[in-house]
Design a protein around this ligand. Structure first.
Ligand SMILES: *Cc1c(COP(=O)(O)O)cnc(C)c1O
Length: 231
C-alpha cells in the first residue's frame, strides 16, 4: 500500500477506536514518526495531509527540517535528549516530548530563541522502572512538571510515555491505564494540560481505549525502518 493509503487506514482506525471508547471525535492526534525514513516519504505523507512529524535522532532530523523548510510541518522531538544537544533542539523543533529531567528543561528554556514561540513540552514518564528507557520516575515527576510550568519559553502540554512492549491487548491496556491515572493527577494540578502521548504502531488501539490524545506511529505508516538504522 502507498503511504497515502496507509495514512487513511490509520486515520480510520483512530476514528473507530475513538468511537468505540465513546470519546469525542477528533480527540486523538496522529504524530507521524519519520525517524530513519527518507525525505521523499515525509513529502508523500505531507501531500496526503499529514502535518505533524516526529524524529528521534538530531543530526538526521536537522537535515530533514532544513530540506523541508518550505512545508508547514510541526516537528516533534521524541528521542533521548542529551544536554549537549539542547541548543539545536530548541532552535529547530516545535515540540519536545522527551523531557525527563530539570537540567534539560532549564537548558531548553534558556536556549529557545526569542523570536520563536514557546517550545511545547510533554514530560516523559517511566512508570515501569525500565532501566533501558528514558523518563522521569514517578517520584520525580511532580517537581519536573512544576519546573517546566514556570519557564517562560516552555509551555507544558502533558505527558509522554513508552510502556514495555506487550503482545496481549489486555496487558497493553493495563499499562496505559496506569499512565492515564498519573496524567489525570497531573491535569488536576496543571489544568492547561491537554496531551497524553502514548501508543505506537503495535498498541495504538489499546492506548486510545485508555485515554491517549496523541499516538506516535512510524512502521504502520512508512513501513519497516531499514535494518542498519542506528538506535
Ligand atoms: C520509533 C518510535 C515510535 C514509533 O514506533 P513504531 O512502532 O514504528 O510505530 C514512537 N515513539 C517513539 C518515542 C519512538 O522512538
Amino acid at each position: 500500500m502507498s503511504i497515502k493509503q496507509n495514512l487513511h487506514q490509520i486515520e480510520q482506525q483512530i476514528e473507530d477506536a475513538t468511537q468505540k471508547a465513546q470519546r469525542t471525535i477528533n480527540s486523538v492526534t496522529l504524530l507521524a514518526v519519520s525517524k530513519a525514513q527518507k525525505i521523499n516519504k515525509i513529502e508523500e505523507a505531507y501531500a496526503a495531509g499529514q502535518k505533524l512529524f516526529g524524529e528521534s535522532y538530531l543530526s538526521e532530523a536537522i537535515a530533514k527540517i532544513d530540506a523541508l523548510k518550505h512545508l508547514d510541518i510541526e516537528w516533534h522531538f521524541i528521542g533521548p535528549v542529551q544536554s549537549n544537544k539542547t541548543r539545536d533542539i530548541a532552535q529547530h523543533f516545535d515540540w519536545v516530548q522527551s523531557v525527563d529531567r530539570i537540567k534539560i528543561a532549564r537548558r531548553l528554556n534558556e536556549q529557545r530563541p526569542d523570536h520563536l514561540p514557546p517550545l511545547q513540552i510533554t514530560a516523559q514518564v517511566n512508570l515501569f522502572q525500565e532501566h533501558s528507557k528514558q523518563g522521569a520516575a514517578l517520584d520525580e515527576l511532580n517537581e519536573l512538571l512544576q519546573f517546566i510550568d514556570q519557564q517562560p519559553k516552555l509551555h507544558l502540554r502533558g505527558l509522554m510515555s513508552i510502556p514495555p512492549k506487550q503482545a496481549d491487548p489486555a496487558l497493553q491496556r493495563q499499562q496505559f491505564q496506569s499512565i492515564q491515572q498519573i496524567y489525570q493527577q497531573s491535569v488536576a494540578q496543571f489544568n492547561q494540560l491537554d496531551t497524553l502521548s502514548m501508543g505506537m504502531s503495535d498498541d495504538m488501539i489499546a492506548a486510545i481505549a485508555s485515554g491517549s490524545t496523541m499516538v506516535r506511529i512510524g512502521t504502520a505508516l512508512f513501513g519497516a525502518r531499514p535494518d542498519n538504522w542506528k538506535q
